[in-house]
Each structure stands twice: as C-alpha cells, then as structure tokens.
Design a protein around this ligand. Structure first.
Ligand SMILES: [Mg+2]
Length: 232
C-alpha cells in the first residue's frame, strides 16, 4: 500500500490555544507583557519558533522561558487544549483502508502523545506512530524507524520540517497553509503543493494517483484543479 505520512501538530490538530496560552502564561510570570494572539501568530506563521519571537519582547529571561516552555508544551493539561481540525478524523478514517497511514511527530513524550491520540480517538488509524526519542536529531527523516517505512507516497504537514522529511525520504510533500506556518512561508521553503483545508487532501491524492502516483504530480497534469502555489 502507498504510505501517507501525517504530521500531527498544526496538521491534524489545532495547537494554537496550547501554544499561545503557554507562551502567555510563561512570559506573564516574568512580568513581561505578552504579544497579542494575532502578533504571536504573525511571527510563528512567518517561520519563527516561540523562542525566536522572544526577541520581539525585550526583558525576557530567555533561558528561564525556554526551560518552562519545554517543561510545559507536552504536558497533558496543556495538550488538553488541542482540538482536531474540522474533518480530520473523518478524512484519516476514509484514507486508512486504502493507504498505509503513519504519524511522524517531533514530540518527545511518547506516553503523553499516545494518551492524547487515544483521547482524540485517532490512534487506531495509524499503522505506526513515530516520535522523537531521547536522542538528538536534526530532522524527522533521522528519527528511529523512518528509514524502515515503505518508500514513496506522500508526506502531509504544516511546516518546513515536513517538506524536509518528504525530500529526504523521496515522498511528495503536501503542505497545509492553516497550521503553524503560512502558505507563503511554506512556498518560500520549496513547497509545491499547498492546500488551505484538510478536506482538499483526498482530492489531491486521488488526482495524483490517477496520473500514476506521487512522482508524476510534477508533470503538472494532476493538480491543475487544485490549489498549487495559491492562497497566499
Ligand atoms: Mg506540524
């Protein structure tokens, strides 16, 4: 079966409440005024991490912030703020009989991850769930287990990490412009296929499959009806 590799955060689940609320909580503890949600997400969608954007608010103790951020970001009480995007479960459920679905995330706490996938009733659709182990790696393609996955297919995600995973493992990247990064930023990082909602995904994949599989999408035939390099 053709594999479809899914990212989780910003792809299948909306992490905006968790990321912003934790940022605001930690920065407020330091007595520094937080950016508004709009400002925070403007920085994030333009390619910055939460640590990067601290430069926009002078007076923050970056080391102390980083420690608190890392301690909190995968804690179950903060994870409880995440919600699946509209149609996410329906779509993975529909794709699962025909494709080999694999979840690859840079999350480090496997127990918290699995607990969340169970709570969201998402876990059973994935043949494998690969996350960050204790080792330090510089990209998703280097995570343990990725090299053993069935080759080809698609990598679906919302950041440059997912584009890199696709290019390093020979898969077709399908990027989503509603997550942590903007469509414009993803295009600047080499994304060729950017869609604005998860509901467009089955159509993009079906079109690619009809034209002979992901490798042929570059011929430009299959995707003429979908949004490629658009919506920025
Ligand atoms: Mg993501």
């Amino acid at each position: 079966m053709t594999p479809i590799i899914f990212d989780l955060d910003g792809t299948l689940i909306d992490v905006s409440a968790r990321h912003y609320s934790l940022y605001r909580s930690v920065i407020s503890e330091q007595g520094v005024e937080a950016l508004t949600p709009d400002e925070y997400w403007r920085h994030r969608r333009a390619g910055e991490s939460t640590i990067d954007l601290l430069a926009a608010t002078p007076g923050v103790d970056v080391e102390r912030f980083t420690e608190a951020w890392m301690e909190g970001i995968e804690r179950p009480d903060w994870l409880a703020l995440d919600e699946p995007y509209d149609g996410a479960i329906e779509i993975i459920k529909a794709l699962q009989p025909e494709y080999e679905l694999v979840l690859i995330t840079l999350r480090r706490d496997r127990a918290a991850l699995m607990g969340q996938l169970d709570a969201l009733r998402m876990r059973s659709y994935f043949r494998d769930v690969i996350c960050h182990g204790p080792e330090l790696v510089s990209g998703k393609h280097l995570l343990q287990g990725v090299a053993e996955l069935t080759p080809g297919g698609y990598a679906v995600g919302d950041t440059e990490a997912d584009i890199e995973l696709a290019s390093e493992t020979g898969r077709r990247a399908i990027c989503l412009s509603y997550g942590v990064r903007s469509g414009c930023y993803l295009a600047s990082r080499g994304a060729e296929t950017v869609i604005g909602t998860l509901r467009e995904l089955p159509e993009v994949i079906n079109a690619a499959e009809r034209s002979g599989g992901p490798a042929d999408v570059d011929q430009g035939v299959a995707l003429r009806n979908v949004h490629t390099r658009a919506r920025f």
